[in-house]
Write a protein that binds this ligand. Structure first.
Ligand SMILES: [Zn+2]
Length: 237
């Protein structure tokens, strides 16, 4: 008899379900949601388990567009196919940043935060980000790479800050891919134009869902002012 239950015991042990009651174990829906509910606690390299939970919550934010969620997942796992990642898997000849005159190792951190091009974009985004983080402040690399910092923001401010961060990350990744695949280099203004067009789409979606005024209150500005804000920041910098 014990042999009959052995596979079941292995399954329960593997998924940490030994302590669950019959209510959970006899319903596949309950079982699935119990197991899936634990997935966000999967560890992130270099972070404590509680911090990893914060990361997976940010990655799975329900208001992120699917393509931003996918991108955030690759970034948080450190497997965005930048040259350092590809080189380590023998899929690229060099780990060097493709930007002319840069010479840094193109890690995920470098491509999205440390490279001069990334820093220029974060500067352009600063007037918008200041709405959520406070004047003169913006996301740091912990927010950009791991979605950290939610605890210090209210839910509404965090939502706009996190969505806007991923608009910038997407613009950086698109610009980088254009450079590597098509040898086309976008100016800092063009990268900001791309990022702000993504932000604008989020703002318009909010406008349709909850009305123009509420959307403007969420984002702290109107969509039409976005492009100018970034341009000015680039000139001043
Ligand atoms: Zn670089």
């Amino acid at each position: 008899m014990a042999g009959t239950y052995r596979p079941l015991q292995v399954f329960l042990k593997k998924h940490g379900l030994e302590g669950e009651g019959a209510g959970t174990l006899t319903s596949h829906k309950c079982l699935l949601s119990t197991v899936q509910g634990r997935e966000p606690t999967c560890p992130v390299r270099g972070l404590a388990l509680g911090q990893a939970e914060e990361v997976w919550k940010a990655v799975a934010h329900p208001d992120l567009l699917n393509r931003h969620r996918d991108l955030a997942w690759l970034v948080a796992h450190g497997v965005l196919p930048v040259r350092a990642v590809m080189h380590a898997r023998r899929l690229a000849q060099t780990a060097k940043c493709p930007r002319a005159g840069c010479g840094g190792e193109e890690t995920v951190f470098h491509a999205l935060w440390d490279c001069r091009v990334a820093q220029e974009l974060w500067r352009a985004a600063q007037p918008l980000m200041g709405q959520f983080w406070g004047p003169g402040r913006g996301p740091d690399c912990g927010t950009t790479l791991y979605g950290r910092g939610r605890a210090s923001r209210g839910a509404s401010r965090w939502r706009a800050a996190w969505l806007a961060t991923y608009c910038c990350v997407e613009a950086l990744w698109t610009a980088r891919s254009l450079l590597v695949l098509d040898r086309k280099e976008l100016s800092p203004q063009a990268i900001w134009r791309l990022a702000s067009s993504h932000v604008k789409r989020y703002m318009e979606r909010d406008g349709r869902r909850c009305g123009e005024e509420a959307a403007r209150a969420r984002w702290g500005c109107a969509a039409w002012t976005l492009m100018g804000m970034g341009k000015e920041a680039l000139i001043v910098g």
